[in-house]
Design a protein around this ligand. Structure first.
Ligand code: PEP
Ligand code: MN
Length: 339
C-alpha cells in the first residue's frame, strides 16, 4: 500500500502516519521524497489493512493498494527513474548510458591493467572483473579471491574507473564491499535470499543479474529483498535466459528492458556477453539493447581471448570494443541519450 502525502503535508503529519503503520505491525521506514510530495510505502502483509484507515488522516492525498508482489521496486511507489550514483561523476539511470567493461575473471595484475587502460580509452566508465567466479564445473578456475580484488582496486587507482565485482556467497560480502564500488549478484544467486538480505544491509550499489530461468516478476521480487533491507541502490541486469534455442548460449530477452522500465523505476543494464556466448554477436546485441532503452551495457573484454581462463569465446578484443562503443554512441544519440 502506498500513501501519497499532500504537497503541504508537514513532518508531524508524516510521523503520525508512520506511528499508525507501526502500530499495525508493519514497516514504515520507506519514505520516497519527491520534489513536491512524499510517498510513504507501507511494507509487510497489508491484507488486513484497509485504505480507509489512512485516507482521512491529516496531510494524506490518497492511498493506493499495490497488487503486485513487489512494492518498493514498482513504478507505483516511485514515478521517476531511480538515478544511482556510483562515484562523483557516474550516475546510472540518467541520460548517459554507461559501459561496464573488463575480463570475465581477474587473472593477473598486468592483464587487468592493460584491459582497464584500453577500455577506459574507448570510453568505458566502469571496470568489471570477477575475483570469485561461480563456475558450472567445480574443477574450473574459481577466481583469485582477495588478491583479485586488490588488483581491481589497483586498476581503479590507476584509471579512475569504479569497479564491479561479484559476491558469490554470504561469507565474502564484507570483503568484496571493502574493495568494489558495485557488488554483483550472479544469475545463479538471484534467488539466494540470505545473500540478498545481507546486501540490503550494505551501503554499496548492487548489480542484480536475472536468474537463468527467472521471470521478470521474480527478478523484481529479488530486488525487493535488497530494497526492503534499506539499500535502495539496485541496478537490474538482463543477461539472457535459458530457452530451447541452442544457437546462442542463452537467449537475450530484449523485451525485459521495456517491461522492466514500465513496471519498475530501477535502472536496467544489459549483458550481451553472457546472453550470446559468442563475441561475433556482441556488437549487434549491444546496439539493440541501447535502442531498447537500456541504461548501460556490461561487456566482457580480454586482450587475449584465446588464453582467457573463462568466457574467452564471448570476450571482445579491445579494438572491437572500441568499434562497439562507436556504433552504440550513434544509436544513443538517435534516441536522445549520450554514451
Ligand atoms: C559474470 O558476469 O561473469 C557471470 C558469471 O555472469 P552470470 O552470473 O550472468 O552468468
Ligand atoms: Mn563471464
Amino acid at each position: 500500500m502506498i500513501i501519497t502525502m499532500k504537497a503541504g503535508a508537514t513532518d508531524k503529519h508524516k510521523k503520525a502516519i508512520q506511528i499508525k503503520i507501526r502500530k499495525l505491525g508493519l514497516d514504515a521506514n520507506h519514505l520516497i521524497r519527491g520534489k513536491e510530495r512524499t510517498v510513504i510505502a507501507v511494507v509487510g502483509d497489508t491484507k488486513s489493512v484497509s485504505e480507509a484507515q489512512f485516507a482521512t488522516m491529516p496531510g494524506v492525498e490518497h492511498v493506493v493498494r499495490i497488487l503486485k508482489p513487489y512494492k518498493l521496486a514498482s513504478r507505483e511507489v516511485k514515478k521517476n527513474n531511480s538515478q544511482i550514483k556510483i562515484s562523483p561523476g557516474i550516475v546510472i539511470g540518467g541520460k548517459q548510458i554507461h559501459l561496464i567493461a573488463g575480463p570475465c575473471a581477474v587473472e593477473s595484475l598486468e592483464m587487468l591493467m592493460d584491459i582497464a587502460k584500453q577500455v577506459k580509452r574507448s570510453g568505458a566508465t566502469m571496470l568489471r572483473g570477477g575475483a570469485f567466479k561461480p563456475r558450472t564445473s567445480p574443477y574450473a578456475f574459481q577466481g583469485l579471491g582477495e588478491i583479485g580484488l586488490q588488483f581491481l582496486a589497483q586498476a581503479r587507482a590507476k584509471t579512475g574507473l569504479p569497479v564491479v565485482s561479484e559476491v558469490r556467497d554470504l561469507r565474502s560480502v564484507d570483503m568484496v564491499a571493502r574493495y568494489a564500488d558495485v557488488l554483483q549478484v550472479g544469475a545463479r544467486n538471484m534467488q539466494n535470499y540470505d545473500l540478498l538480505i545481507e546486501l540490503g544491509k550494505t551501503k554499496k550499489p548492487v548489480l542484480l543479474k536475472r536468474g537463468l530461468s527467472a521471470t521478470l516478476e521474480e527478478l523484481l521480487q529479488a530486488a525487493e529483498y535488497i530494497l526492503k533491507g534499506g539499500n535502495n541502490r539496485v541496478i537490474l541486469c538482463e543477461r539472457g535466459i535459458r530457452t530451447y534455442e541452442r544457437a546462442t548460449r542463452n537467449t537475450l530477452d530484449l523485451s525485459a528492458v521495456p517491461v522492466l522500465k514500465q513496471t519498475s523505476h530501477l535502472p536496467v543494464v544489459v549483458d550481451p556477453s553472457h546472453a550470446a556466448g559468442d563475441w561475433r554477436l556482441i556488437e549487434s546485441l549491444s546496439r539493440a539493447a541501447v535502442a531498447a532503452g537500456a541504461d548501460g551495457l556490461m561487456v566482457e573484454v580480454h586482450t587475449e581471448p584465446d588464453l582467457a581462463v573463462s568466457d574467452g569465446g564471448q570476450s571482445l578484443k579491445p579494438k572491437r570494443f572500441t568499434q562497439l562503443m562507436k556504433s552504440c554512441r550513434k544509436i544513443a544519440a538517435a534516441i536522445g541519450r549520450s554514451l
